[in-house]
Design a binder for this molecule. Sequence first.
Ligand code: TRP
Length: 797
Amino acid sequence: MPDLNCTYRPPPVKCNGFDPRAFRWAQTMRLAVEEINQSAELLPNYTLGYNIFDSCAYPLTGQRAAMAVLNGQSEDDSPTCSGNSPLLAVIGESGSAQSIVVSRILQPFRIPMISYFSSCACFTDKKNYPTFFRVIPNDDYQVKAIAQLLVRFNFTWVGLVRGDHEYGRFAVQGLLRELQGTKVCVAYQEMIPLLYNRKRALEILQVMRSSTAKVVVVFSAEGEMTPFLRDYMTQNITGIQWVASEAWITASVFTASEYYPYLGGTIGFGIRKGQISGLSDYLQTVNPQMYLDNTLVKELWEALYGCDPSLSSGSPLPSCSGQETLLEQHSAYINTSSPRVAYNVYKAVYAIAHSLHNLLLCQPGSGPFQNNSCAQSNNIYPWQLQHYLQEVTFNIAGEEVNFDLKGDSIPYYDILNWQRGMGGNIEFVNVGLFDGTKPAGEELLIQEDRIMWAGHQSEVPMSVCSTSCLPGSRKAVRRGEPVCCFDCVPCDSGKISNQTNSIECTFCPDDFWSDIDRTVCILKIVEFLAYDSLGIALTVISVVGASLTIAVFAVFFYHRNTAIVRVNNSVLSFFILFALTLCFLCSLVFIGEPTYWSCMLRHTIFSITFSFCISCILGKTLVVLAAFTATRPGDNIMKWLGPKQQRAIIFICTVIQVVICAAWLIESPPFPSRNTQYEISKIILECSVGSSLAFWCVLGYIGLQACLCFILAFLARKLPGNFNEAKVITFSMLIFCAVWLSFVPAYISSPGKYADAVESFAILASSFGLLFCLFAPKCFIILLKPEKNTRQHLMGK
Ligand code: TRP
């Protein structure tokens, strides 16, 4: 390509290199024309002529070729001698970029063109390309197919590389459009420069190397791919899975064995293949001996055999006979096993021939043109042929060929996979198809097991930005990065995700909670003070306490006539012991699953027994106090505190508590409730107090009694007598109050079942306190120091 910076007149464009593949296509055209010319059915009595121009597969040289076509032969030696160009139609161009240029040049002359390889979606714009036809499907279908392929194999992180031409530009645009809304993201987009430039290519390769996208979709043709792949091979980049566009998926240049380690496994969509009988033989007839001074044949020989068949000396290449046979290894030229592009050329020639045939069959008076006229057979205008082209339908080997309203053909692709052949070279293996005429979703048919992936692997390669999030976690998008790149964050407790790649964790329903893995909701643990170790311990303590009390009771009863039992009213002592037994036992109600009944019983039984117990102690204190403050014998006080009165006091004090409890039970009794607030992962079964006022009243009343008892006992503590009970009562009340004062904060701050345990424990502790303080000294004397158990001793001085 000349430098077009407009500062000097550019030198003429030069073509370099020789493309045996394109030469084969040209030969196919010749074959088709010759077939038609020999045919007795198609265009009998007419001979098609043609001219082949080299566009060098560049827009600029394509333009030069198009001008040459138009300027063609001069008027004088025009066989029609009409002054019109004999040119009726053009077959070409291959690349879309060139086709665009050629189409623009041909348009003013209304010369139709049929392209066999220009798949660019841009040609659907009929306003811009009214005379353009093609026998290759529009790339819109190919990008759709590629997008489906990427989605199908979970290639969610892909790189895009394209050549610098309309084909690449539109294809990438189309692919991006197709990928919108799918799970596939594009990691990078790179463009191989039109004028190949190694520095730029290395930059692209660097991007490829550093990216985690292992799948690279390339919209490019072998022209720019060849140098690019050569550089790729030197860079020692591994693990790239190529997805090839139709332009290079069937390029035989890359089938050489040296490419296999780098390109093996490439997958892509190839255009439909067909059968051209006799093509192989026809290609073989082309040799320098047959076409002595055809420069293209000479160049072909140079390209295939690396020798110069023209006997002229002065060429740097060794000379050869020109009779060398074309061999397998010359597949770039001779590969005719499944012609695809060549088949398109063939179809294009036939399309023109059939249209011309139809044009010539026109009956005067029923023609398609003005006043039902027909075209004149000796003066056919290109636009007249175009009319017939639009309508032509014909059959080639069972395949129907026609053009739709946009001049396009039927979308059908083979999925090709590059696998290792016998000789270590690359073979194109058909592993599926894409049929665009099928309903959406059913177009793609892949035989996955037949695919060989890059690196000679049968496992589908991974190309993802972030590996998927396992159940139990959710995706968290990274700011400023494509949606395919995300972090996985574990679900919060109480939430789960049971699918991979969940976007959100869902809340567990009521009464359910997430498990450790956060993948399933499990029923919340129901917690209450059960007969587990804690429950059993409390039960044992309470039973032991009750038994002890009963034992003391027995001892007292046995020694009921001794002085120490009889002093200060033995009946009261028995009352107290009875009450204490109940106190010990009532802690049992706190253990076990709370039920309607147990909840009601808990606080009421406890408060009433405690009230009763303390009332008895209170009674006793009163007796002690009264006995000693009665300074003179026969004082009235003792009369007022006879056994009857004592019992009345006890009864009244207890009844007050009973009344409070009754009111509580009637108004708003305690009930079992499920507490889900305290600890969200558990359901705590507890007894709701119903009315907390009542609860604190009940406790307060016991407290009040205890305090009163304490104060009275305190006053009496220094009264004379060797055995002054007031001392022990003071002490026991101190312990009692200490226990219940510390109970309050402990109860309030204990979670769930521990609140019950605390209460139960407080009951036991205070009961033990009372039992020991009140009865241990007496038991000691009764059992171990019976000699002190006399009235004299007790009275002291
Ligand atoms: N389908 C391609 C196109 O429409 C095929 C092609 C042929 C091509 N020759 C090319 C692509 C040269 C790029 C360059 O363009």
